[in-house]
Design a protein around this ligand. Sequence first.
Ligand code: ADP
Ligand code: MG
Length: 704
Amino acid sequence: MLTALIPLAVLLMNNPSLATMPVTLLKGVGPKLAELLAKRNIYSLQDLLLHLPLRYQDRTRISVIRELQVADYAVLDARVTHVQASPGVKSTLTCQVSDGTGQLYLRFFNSTPTQKQSFNVGQMIRCFGEVRLGPRGLEIIHPEYRFVNEAQPVNVEDCLTPIYPSTEGLTQITLRRILDQALIFLERHELWDCSALLGETNTPSLKEAIAYCHKPPSDTNVKQLLAGTHPMQQRLILEELLAHALTMQHLKRQTKQDKAPSLKTQGTLIPAFLQQLPFTLTAAQQRVYTEILNDLQSTVAMTRLVQGDVGSGKTVVAALTMLLAVENGYQAVLMAPTELLADQHYQSFNHWLAPLGVEVIRLWSSQKSGLRKQQVEAIANHQAQVIIGTHALIQESVQFSKVGIVVIDEQHRFGVHQRHALRYKGMSKDIASHQLIMTATPIPRSLAMTAYGDLDCSVIDELPPGRTPVTTVVIANSRREEVIDRVAAACEQQRQAYWVCTLIDESEVLECQAAEATAQQLRQELPHLQIGLVHGRLPTAEKESVMAAFKAGTIHLLVATTVIEVGVDVPNASLMIIENPERLGLAQLHQLRGRVGRGHQASHCVLMYQTPLSSNARARLQIMRESTDGFVIAQRDLELRGPGELLGTRQTGLLEFKLADITRDQALLEKATALSKQITKQAPNIAEALIDRWFGKKALYHDV
Ligand code: ADP
Ligand code: MG
């Protein structure tokens, strides 16, 4: 079926079609508007037609006030029953209206005198807007409205009103106007259609689906349409997800063209390392390591993502992988997102590897220039075999001698660019390095497929034995004193604790200040305890010495900002207080909480929230209380906050779908992925055309 279609598809693609007709063909689209459209990557009529509504407003029927619910968008016909304007030139106008079934307030801020005078008791008004709960009952703020004459009924809209994604200067009215014209072009011109590939017999054509989504008729299933589950939308979503999956496959093939040195198990380092470890690998660690070994033996550069829950022991797997490079005469590099974590890794690696005669060095930007110069030199002349650092490793001045493997820890903190920069940085004579990417917490399957579809994936799905799950309690901050007593009691029993101050604002400075103030207060209240403080703005040496003291047990309580979120490993710490947990995402909370529960003692985490707590926040904290499984929590976090928040904005480049929503469209995602594999193999030219249609040419290269 597939092969029979190709010649036709190619033929159509070569004909002048909507894909090659510029938007400037439309009436009223001059250079200025074209420029605004270009900001949204709209150049051709096809691009414009695929600029699909984000949502719809239903202005096809008139609602009655009695049946309104908060957050409804509604058209109302009502009579003005009361008008009240606060004094002043630009002041608030509140107008009570009634339609016989109930009443509602219309509110206008900065109302002009002319507007105020236009409202009179007894007038009939047609208005539209979002219903909210105001101080006096249901209200609409700044409704669209016009006064109407009872004798002459006004029509409602025939179709649902599309609401388009926009840019500053590009209004909904302009978009609707030019789309009306584009839809006429759509009827008359060629648009290459891959419906037959999508696998169902009654798949709507592309043209049909596009026209429907821009102008859904009034008898449409509104509920489906608003939810994005209408068959016409789903037709387009499947194609979009297919194009995305094809992009990922394309990028994957591109990466697989990179050559890297074949690394073989041959030396004595790895056996010696395994022998001195105080534990044996879990079955999951062993399996993932074997998967990595298979990759490394080949001369195709590895790009493998290792997922595993907090504490599943990813570091040891990274160490083994790096040692293999060293055994084969190559350098191994590890990049971590913070100095604190890089230093932790340095401590462990040095502890593990120095006895084996491996030279481990660390590099980050705040190091003194003398030391840094030495380090850079040791890296260049291969004296350094294992190199651990922050993004400072990507800097110009750092030249590696011969890198076999690059490990990126807590990958969500880095952008795709930084990842690639390091891969090619270690390159010598057209040879790239192998890459191992480790996530901080598990990534939901749908997100992994979309965001990391270009990577091979391994999962460490087992925790080392002997861990006691962390018990989590949720407490209001009005019970702070009780919590402090609890910390004191725990520390008296030789346990150690973290007290985490979270972001109060979008500002690191404020977060650090909060931590300082908290440390001071706790020192006053708990004078018999050794209390340390660590945050991102302390000098490196101080951070290091505080962490070392905490690890050694001379500090009982560590007050910290979220800098300790990733990687910090102090098994004797078994109590964690997190202030304002309601401000953090679930994945981040899980990650933070993963700092405890690493030893044999039963551990506790206290989520001390600020009152009052919204019902959504309550639900989220409840999930933390109920689950300690990172895979479950990540999925819930995705559902509650969406992919952008979960991955961090840096990662979302390829996740800006026009229509698809990976949580809602999970089933289509699976289908698209399966289809994409078939198409990549059998019809690569179709793949490129689809990628170009939905994501543009830039998606074909790694610089997205
Ligand atoms: P993460 O996957 O969160 O990076 P780490 O690599 O920091 O986890 O490991 C967490 C802790 O578990 C460390 O103290 C590490 O030494 C220990 N650990 C790792 N693997 C095992 C194992 N197989 N058995 C026992 N403890 C282990
Ligand atoms: Mg880790």
